[in-house]
Design a protein around this ligand. Structure first.
Ligand code: PLP
Length: 443
């Protein structure tokens, strides 16, 4: 039935079945997009990206007088995405010189950029200073003199936030927990390192400490983890106010809101997240007799994740009678590492058989030389054949940005689809691109 899509909760909002019985996204037939741009192909629903940005702005505006939504570009960083989030009125978090370069190429206003990272190189710090970015998020003692030197060389006083590890452990995969005491990120509260860092920054004539930041992890469903984070941070901030005279103007709660990859996932909504987070900041500020700070939030996955699907071409179908059917596609761990890194679960469907009942239990395998190169285990799809276009939804965050050239595989193209039109925002690599930086022993 045209217009109907099996999993509306998982596919981008514009996903529908068209008259040809194909999956359509952003008004574009996915089978036609695969033919035009080749596969694997990341297809973003541009309107979905924009509506997630707006949902964040509306949700935080409903609860906070002063707030900033900072898109965490690590989730999906490229020039077009930086342009899009700026058009939608968001600020930007970059965590490397490469992400900064994309922001620069997009003409992103430097004042709205926050620079993260537990090991920012001097080169990256210099590049960020030269672009005039608004804030650094200080992550280590070793970083402080590097920032001071760059600020002094330019006769500048640079606003910074302090990244604190609050000792909160949300329920999510341990590889994406970041706020616990034993973490490579930030300054611990329990051991007094954060207090020492505040003292050090307060004494700096080149750096101006204007706020705190914490990020407790990613793909978080339970909002009470944020309440614990905010309460812990506020106790620290109140202590620093009394003992060191520190005024916390910017209070950055980090990102981490989870999304639905499968029908079993039950994430909280952006509206619920904003209500809980801002409510916790307000009640903690009142409890400690502090002024309400500007609330900053740093979403990545919940903006980009659900907006994209990856389209692959099925190459082989291997039936092992009584055991399993492997459907091998023309990508795999080179374009989606999450199943291998985090045991992440995805759904799948055949875009060219959108109307055919999903009767066959299969395992979707990549083309790489690893048995662990499995994209989706045990999923029901329409009867598969070589040449079918298989789609995995929910690949918009931490998908393309983790893509790699394993087995010499060129990285896929990325298109944004809207109103029946698709635009290439990252071109497909060729074998020539993969070879471009290689040199012969004879050179
Ligand atoms: N902020 C920081 C400092 C992060 O490290 C991350 C992700 O790792 C994010 C924000 C974005 O998290 P998410 O994509 O889960 O919203």
């Amino acid at each position: 039935m045209p217009g109907h899509v099996t999993h509306t909760l998982i596919y981008p909002p514009s996903a529908r079945h068209n008259e040809a019985g194909h999956l359509e996204i952003g008004g574009c037939d996915v089978v036609a997009l695969a033919a035009e741009h080749g596969t694997p192909l990341f297809i973003y629903d541009e309107a979905a990206l924009r509506s997630q940005c707006r949902a964040y702005l509306e949700a935080f505006a409903a609860h906070a007088e002063r707030f900033v939504v900072v898109y965490a570009s690590k989730a999906f960083a490229c020039r077009a995405m930086c342009e899009l989030v700026h058009e939608e009125g968001l600020s930007l978090d970059v965590a490397s010189g490469g992400e900064l370069a994309a922001a620069r190429a997009a003409g992103f206003p430097p004042a709205d950029i926050y620079f993260h990272g537990n090991n920012k190189s001097v080169e990256e710090i210099e590049a960020a200073f030269d672009y005039g970015i608004g804030h650094f998020v200080v992550d280590s003692f070793d970083e402080i003199p590097r920032l001071e030197a760059a600020a002094a060389a330019r006769g500048r006083r640079q606003p910074v936030l302090l990244r604190v590890t609050p000792g909160v452990r949300p329920t999510t995969h341990s590889f994406v927990q970041t706020g616990q005491v034993d973490s490579k990120f930030g300054f611990g509260l329990a051991e007094g390192q954060a207090t020492e860092a505040v003292r050090r920054l307060q004494a700096s004539d080149r750096l101006e400490l204007v706020g705190v930041h914490a990020h407790i992890g990613s793909q978080i469903f339970e909002l009470d983890s944020y309440e614990s984070e905010i309460a812990t941070l506020f106790t620290a901030v109140a202590g620093w106010r009394h003992t060191l005279g520190f005024e916390c103007r910017l209070f950055n709660i980090g990102g981490g809101l989870g999304i639905r990859y499968t029908l079993d996932d039950q994430p909280s909504s952006i509206a619920e997240f904003a209500a809980v987070a801002v409510g916790a900041v307000r009640s903690q500020a009142e409890r400690h007799g502090l002024e309400m700070p500007t609330v900053l939030v740093e979403p990545g996955r919940s903006i980009a994740g659900k907006a994209a699907v990856t389209a692959y071409t099925v190459g082989t179908v291997k039936v092992i009678p009584g055991v399993r059917t492997y459907v091998a596609v023309d990508g795999g761990m080179s374009d989606n590492l999450r199943p291998m890194l985090y045991d992440s679960r995805y759904e799948a469907m055949l875009a060219n058989k959108a109307e055919t009942p999903a009767t066959d239990l299969v395992t979707v395998a990549g083309k790489h030389c690893e048995s662990g190169d499995i994209l989706v285990r045990d999923v029901r799809i329409a009867p598969p054949q070589p040449g079918d276009i298989l789609v995995t939804p929910g690949t918009g965050a931490y998908g393309y940005v983790l893509a790699n050239n394993y087995n010499g595989q060129p990285r896929p193209a990325v298109v944004m689809a809207a109103g029946g039109r698709s635009r290439v925002v990252i071109a497909r690599e060729t074998w020539g691109d993969v070879l471009r930086l290689q040199r012969s022993l004879a050179d």
